[in-house]
Design a protein. Structure first.
Lengths: 215, 215
DNA sequence: ACCGTACTGGACCGTCGGTCCAGTTGTCCA
DNA sequence: TGGACAACTGGACCGACGGTCCAGTACGGT
């Protein structure tokens, strides 16, 4: 981050102001209709400053998201069980999903703002590999917990499925109406059922569309 | 559709050309970077025509999606089991999910193009109620099948969760690489586990985690 | 054949993401 | 303390895009 120099005081102040302004706008307006100019104006800085600090719209959203997710990140890596290390994987997983729903519920618009772009670099093939760090972390964590508990499952894919929930508009809508608990409950049900399922129980690869690629 | 007059021949021709051009562009380029002008040019019509027929970007995507989903719609409502009526709900559900994955896999970019907007009217509070008809239908169908099999579950929410899968960028990426079978398998596993789970097994509404990180 | 109208298409508009660069200001070092 | 230098600032500017408008076109009914 800070290579060599420290961050200049005014820069830090403006950076904070921009993030704050974005937060407020996000809380009040639909995320896809807040413009960078609006953000700049609301923060009381020039547009150039915003772009200088955050590169582009996505960068701004990423930074904001990263900040919001920080507490959770710490709770998971160094906090007490069941979120932190120490509890059995199953408990950690359930606790983590609860916590993630919580974060998302408190940041309704933000996830939507990131949108699909969360994991995508959209410019002329930048590096299609790198996902949003927050997503990356969440996904890795869930993957690891699932596979610890059930090594026979496709943990990685299932983690994507679970997280996909949080990008869904109808579900975001529910969250807006305060139905976070309902979502958390269903997620618990789902995961519990998954972890309890007997291993060979699901019918294996049936022959799909003939020209569907294998793997 | 055709109230009173028939659709003019040239209009039909152009409409088809536009849809076709959109398809091709969608297949070649990232969906968020194809512009309406491009579509118009590729279809060999003026921009006005495109807007006249489809209203706006979303309308175009909707129309295309509706067309793509038509076959599935018919298979479900009037086709033979297990997709159509007649088979037990569980079989129908599994078959339907397979089929949906198939449709999505064959239309990679399209879902992403619709994006979150699938269910949202974005203009100044138009009618936040109405979802994309295709989504609506898929959701209703899944909800109904789940609740027939397991009336104790929150079928509606679970249906949203299952469908959310298809809007996820990482998963769309997998689909692009031909991993449709892998996704279908995991979905089957998930649903089977869910339907098999013993009723009271999942811990009921615990009072969210006390040490969930704040803010 | 001819009339009314639905359809057409390109000029046009306002907005927005992003760039640029000249001026400013914080920080380091002597 | 002061000077030099780079980092930061911010607003003018640009190209692109979604969407509107409307004069002209040509389809289809009669």
């Amino acid at each position: 981050m800070t290579e060599g120099r420290r961050e200049r005081a005014d820069a830090a102040r403006n950076r904070h102001a921009i993030l704050l302004a974005t937060e407020e706008l996000l809380a009040r307006h639909r995320p896809e209709q807040i413009s960078m100019e609006q953000v700049a104006a609301a923060a009381g800085v020039g547009k150039g400053t915003v772009f200088h600090r955050f590169g582009n719209r996505m960068g701004l959203m990423r930074a904001l998201m990263a900040e919001r997710a920080l507490a959770l990140h710490e709770a998971v890596t160094t906090g007490p069980p069941p979120l932190g290390p120490g509890a059995p994987s199953r408990e950690r997983l359930l606790a983590f999903l609860d916590a993630v729903v919580d974060v998302v519920a408190r940041n309704k618009g933000l996830l939507a703002a990131l949108g699909h772009a969360v994991t995508t670099a959209h410019k002329p093939e930048e590096d299609p590999r790198s996902a949003h760090p927050v997503y990356q972390f969440w996904h890795d964590h869930i993957t690891s917990l699932i596979s610890q508990e059930r090594s026979d499952l496709d943990a990685e894919l299932l983690a994507h499925i679970l997280l996909a929930t949080l990008h869904s508009d109808p579900i975001l809508r529910l969250l807006e109406q305060g139905d976070g608990q309902r979502l958390a409950d269903s997620l618990r049900t789902l995961v519990t059922a998954l972890l309890n399922a007997s291993a060979g129980r699901t019918e294996p690869r049936n022959s799909r569309h003939p020209n569907a690629p294998q793997r």
